[in-house]
Design a protein around this ligand. Structure first.
Ligand code: NAP
Length: 313
């Protein structure tokens, strides 16, 4: 029986692991992929202590710290969670675990464009990670969809690898930092395709072209590309706990000031909660609260059962 099982191995999951271990809690971290959303980042320049650090270096430093504290980490996907009177039972794709408390550090998953061909060509030209898949497009032609920091960041990364990058955004104003937008605008191999939506992804064995419509003129055109990077934001994927905890209209898990969900003993931290600013440091802060609150919950339960035993005697 674990004191706590943390689901998610991104910065929130790792921080919760550190704090739980330092309270001598028997702790297990379960994650589909080590690093969570950090695997989609590139250089991180807003994490205290590091002027600049690569995503993979930060992940491995966190992992090392957590393991040194005695926390177990397993790469397993949680498929189902059951709650009994005094514990949680977690069923993964490989096995089953029991815990007194659970901390959900599920992060977010990429939003899809939901257009014909997107699913079919995922992994065959359609990607959701410029840092991971960018190097496959050396001297090729790619497109990026989106108008936020992720899309503009991806465009900047790809402009150094690909021969040509189309940045396709549905409006003519960006959400991204102005300096970043100016930087990509100044690149000779970047072409902005504004007020435009991608309607379809087309190819035979792999992606060959995208169909784009200008929302102002209604004019349609085809652009030949080898790759399409979809960077249109991220969404909460929380069906796993749909029957257990209260969620908001965006499927984010509602928590109180102690990161406690509506189900006693189940806590949540990081981007999966309705916190407005989705930042690594905020996720770490919430995870600190969640781990300490989980510890407090176990202590209170222990005290209560001692009192109950005395009354029975
Ligand atoms: P975001 O800021 O929510 O931007 C998503 C973009 O995708 C928006 O421009 C949106 O268009 C567009 N979009 C959404 N759904 C679409 C659809 N179905 N079809 C076409 N376009 C669609 O998401 P993000 O860029 O992933 O950033 C998420 C958070 O991480 C933000 O807070 C961001 O600042 C942060 N971030 C920071 C950095 C950094 O500090 N360097 C890097 C990456 C991300 P509209 O503009 O028309 O809504």
């Amino acid at each position: 029986m674990y004191d706590t099982i943390i689901i998610g191995s991104g910065p929130a999951g790792m921080t919760a692991g550190i704090y739980a271990a330092r309270r001598e809690m028997k702790t297990l971290i379960l994650g589909k992929e080590l690093g969570g959303q950090l695997i989609w980042a590139s250089e991180i320049e807003n994490y205290p202590g590091f002027k600049s650090i690569s995503n993979f270096e930060l992940i491995s430093k966190m992992q090392e710290q957590v393991k040194n504290l005695g926390v177990e980490i397993k790469t397993e996907e949680v498929k189902k969670i059951e709650k009994t009177d005094d514990k949680f039972i977690l069923h993964t794709n490989k096995s089953q675990f029991e815990a007194k408390t659970v901390i959900l550090a599920l992060g977010l998953v990429p939003r899809r464009l939901a257009i014909p061909g997107e699913r079919e060509f995922t992994g065959k030209g359609v990607s959701y990670c410029a840092t991971c898949d960018g190097p496959f497009y050396k001297n090729k032609t790619v497109a990026v969809a989106g108008g936020g920091n992720s899309a503009v960041d991806a465009t900047e990364i790809l402009s150094k690898i690909a021969a040509k990058v189309y940045l396709i955004h549905r409006r003519d104003e960006f959400r991204a930092f102005e300096a970043l937008v100016e930087e990509v605008k100044s690149k000779k191999n970047v072409e902005l395709v504004l007020s435009s939506e991608i309607k379809e992804v087309v190819g035979s064995n792999k992606l060959e072209k995208i169909k784009v419509v200008n929302k102002k003129t209604g004019q349609e055109k085809e652009i030949a590309v080898d790759g399409l990077f979809v960077e249109v934001g991220r969404i909460a994927s929380t069906d796993l706990v749909a029957d257990l905890v209260k969620r908001d209209e965006k499927n984010q898990i509602i928590v109180d000031e102690k990161c406690q969900t509506s189900l006693p003993g189940m806590f949540a931290a990081g981007d999966v909660t309705p916190v407005e600013f989705k930042q690594i440091t905020i996720a770490c802060g919430q995870a600190t609260i969640a781990a300490l609150a989980a510890y407090q919950y176990i202590q209170l339960n222990r005290e209560n059962s001692k009192i109950n035993n005395k009354i029975v005697k």
